[in-house]
Design a binder for this molecule. Sequence first.
Ligand code: CMC
Length: 441
Amino acid sequence: MATTLTITDQRTKRGYEMPIRDGAIRAMELRAIKEDASDFGILSYDPAFLNTASCRSAITFIDGGRGILRYRGYPIDELAKHSSFLEVAYLLITGELPTATELDGWTADITSHTMLHENTKKFMDGFHHDAHPMGILVSTLAALSTFYPDARQVGDPESRALQIRRLIGKVPTIAAFAYRHRLGYPYVYPDNDLGYAGNFLAMMFRMREARYEPDPVLERALEVLFILHADHEQNCSANVMRSIGSSLADPFVASAGAAAALYGPLHGGANEQVLRMLRDIGDLRSVPRYIESVKQGERKLMGFGHRVYKEYDPRAKILKAIADQVFEVTGRNPLLDLALEVERIALEDPYFVDRHLYPNVDFYSGLIYEAMGFPTDAFTVLFAIPRMTGWLAQWQEMLLDDEQKIARPRQLYVGHDRRPYVPIAGRAAMTRERQGVPMGG
Ligand code: CMC
């Protein structure tokens, strides 16, 4: 079986053999291909990383053509069925499912880090009343770096383990405080007798009751949503986490950067946009017109399409079933019928079929969040809470990978060649010349 790739450079007629390992060639091998000794060598050009593996990873496996997603080898549907979120978090971080004793220790560790320094509240108070919760989350994560200067010891395994526990423990508290700040409600401190998702619900929704008892169906649904969102290999935000982490910045600022990437409407911000889109469509009769405008390129169908999945996103399948369980408790979200109609029409239309565009995780998650009482602009924060675990697993793997260095892509320079400096007095004339305005005009 051939294990090499043979390339002939037609400029020099020279041949090159490149080893193929795990279905890839190393881009650095291309540098040997030169016209002459002074030549830099061939670069590979891959805007948006469409066909470039940036790392070797043992965390998450996706087969986009077959709709498969596994964490550390375990199928996502089995984890969603049998595990708690903290079990999955342990799996992603350590590589193995915990024993009962390990899980107890891990849960105690995480819950001992759920509190925020009181100054964080003062910091959050500075935000405007209608500040977007993702803006607050991004800034607060970065601010935490100043509370934990020890986090800069990224080469120390004990420090890394501590920061990982701090971040997984604190992110729901920051998210809930961001939501309460927006409503002007007093912040609710963590209740460490509740589970990870249950405590988050309590910090979000507890009002005057002495103790908040989460509805078990909604608590489990949120736990499953957290499991489904925990990691997704080299997505935009994971890539940012690795990239910032590669400069040896601490994980608080690195995860702030990752959260900023998640905020965008093409990534985690899509769940918020799906709800806005469904409200825009308004009624069933308007669905075909809306789909037509998508096909005309006027807009994207939010919650559809994926860089990797060219099949139904396995997470969206699980979410459809969760939606039914949640709606039995909360009542049916009236937007569900619209969502189902959008999906039905899109999946029959050659535009979407030919491009392999299927609903992704964000298509149904917003409907569930809304039915559970979360405001639309909190949806992306709900994505960020579990994804923190994935970011940290990716960050740790990157730091322990001997092959990794500071992330620093190359470019193909397409700008001006060297040109003489123009003093300020001469620039207006130059601008006119560039714009084709006759001199003196
Ligand atoms: N609606 C309409 N057309 C689409 C859509 C969509 N949602 N997604 C892709 N296309 C078209 C795109 O215009 C292109 O058509 P053509 O070949 O004629 O130019 C073709 O499908 C291929 O798309 P692409 O833009 O090359 O695909 P990509 O891998 O660069 O983008 C994506 C992936 C997720 C950014 C994109 O599908 C999208 O913008 N979807 C809507 C936003 C969304 O739901 N994002 C959440 C992604 S899943 C969760 C997460 O990762 O956070």
